[in-house]
Write a protein that binds this ligand. Structure first.
Ligand code: ADP
Length: 172
């Protein structure tokens, strides 16, 4: 087992981070959306979407499954790679937390394959997909703590004070 990565909380915009890889809260189409996804494509430029289209034309013809992750270039972002993962939509009837944990685990697995040492995550599924922040933070922190990874720094980039507070509580 590798040494435990350090977990860092930052309040800010994930597209401003200088890291080896930043994680996109994508949707299964891989062809862009709102929130983090929109911001990454806007700032990263067309090279990311081009590679996403190529993925759709190849192994990912049916799109990316919920809980899975795949990497592309980071285009003009200050990172080497974007790791796209698809969070589950929050459900009151069904516990989908295993799928949400899988997003974090699979993203770290892809990061390890790439050799990324620093990885930035947004609070996956807590935007348009409706996951309650406190629970999304708990799942995120538990998942990365349990992961066996060579990544040295895992940075959670939280867009607002409420998200930051939720992750702070989950860490302590
Ligand atoms: P999802 O569809 O998985 O819910 P969203 O992108 O809608 O993904 O939101 C995920 C989280 O990321 C939300 O908490 C949202 O407030 C936050 N967020 C939105 N834009 C950014 C950004 N540029 N950087 C970091 N976090 C962001």
């Amino acid at each position: 087992m590798s040494a435990q990565p350090s977990l860092v909380l930052v309040r800010g915009d994930i597209t401003e981070q200088h890291v080896d890889a930043l994680v996109n809260a994508a949707n299964s189409s891989l062809l862009g959306g709102g929130g983090v996804d929109g911001a990454i494509h806007r700032k990263g430029g067309p090279a990311i979407l081009e590679e996403c289209r190529a993925l759709r034309a190849g192994h990912y013809g049916g799109g990316l499954k919920t809980g899975s992750a795949v990497a592309t270039t980071a285009g003009r972002l200050d990172a080497r790679w974007v790791i796209h993962t698809v969070g589950p939509v929050w459900s009151r009837e069904e516990d989908r937390s295993e799928q949400l944990a899988s997003c974090y685990r699979e993203s770290l697995r892809v990061a390890d394959e790439l050799g990324a040492r620093t990885v930035a995550f947004p609070a996956i599924s807590t935007g348009v997909y409706g996951w309650p922040l406190d629970d999304g933070a708990r799942v995120a922190v538990e998942a990365v703590r349990a992961a066996d990874t060579g990544v040295e720094e895992i940075r959670f980039v939280l867009f607002d004070e409420a998200a930051y507070a939720a992750f702070e509580a989950a860490l302590s």
